[in-house]
Design a protein around this ligand. Sequence first.
Ligand code: AP5
Ligand code: MG
Length: 190
Amino acid sequence: MLFLSLFGPPGAGKGTQAQKISEKYNIIHLSTGDLIRQEIAKETELGRQAEEIIRKGQLLPDDTVMNMVYHIIGSHPEANGVLFDGFPRTVHQAEMLDNYLQTLGGHVLDALISIEVPKEELIRRIQGRAVLEGRSDDTLEGLENRFREYDSKTIPVADYYRKQNRYYSVDGLLTIDEVFRDITGIIERE
Ligand code: AP5
Ligand code: MG
């Protein structure tokens, strides 16, 4: 089984690339952000609790996120692999993922692939998407908080995998097709 994670700040292109990569390799696309937005849309108890947190651009509690991840992986025993999008986002999530993959059959996260884009371009992209999709956190305030959470809690995840030699990066300023080509290059060298 293949376990990959697309990593990067808000607007880097994780979702865009995850869709293409999961199709090419026939693996599950597991976006924790999409899962939470689905819970909000379905007005579940979890959705009600998450709504305000997501709108403000803060991270959900690690345990809440881990339970969603365990549930999705556990309910797809036939899967060829999983591509995480926006997960793990804290070092604690990364440690819990490692333990889980280990108990699942001695697996590891094969690669954390970071999509690198400067902040000015991220803001431009999110402003463009805000008009099209109207996500509750695609506001100036939401975005500022998402950047703050990313810098303080998520960046350390890159170091965590760098120490395990499982960290890779691609230039996210290239076109969507060029970024895709570079990510598949990394996966195929793995
Ligand atoms: P999440 O949904 O993961 O959002 P995010 O990390 O803020 O990232 P985005 O989805 O905004 O950007 P993206 O990188 O997917 O870019 P996209 O492909 O859309 O998380 C949302 C919230 O959920 C969090 O704030 C938190 O509250 C909660 N959450 C989620 N996971 C969590 C976790 N693990 N722990 C705790 N809380 C969690 O692209 C952006 C735009 O750019 C698009 O319009 C696209 O068309 C365009 N674009 C993409 N690539 C290119 C390119 N190469 N050139 C030009 N334009 C491009
Ligand atoms: Mg996304």
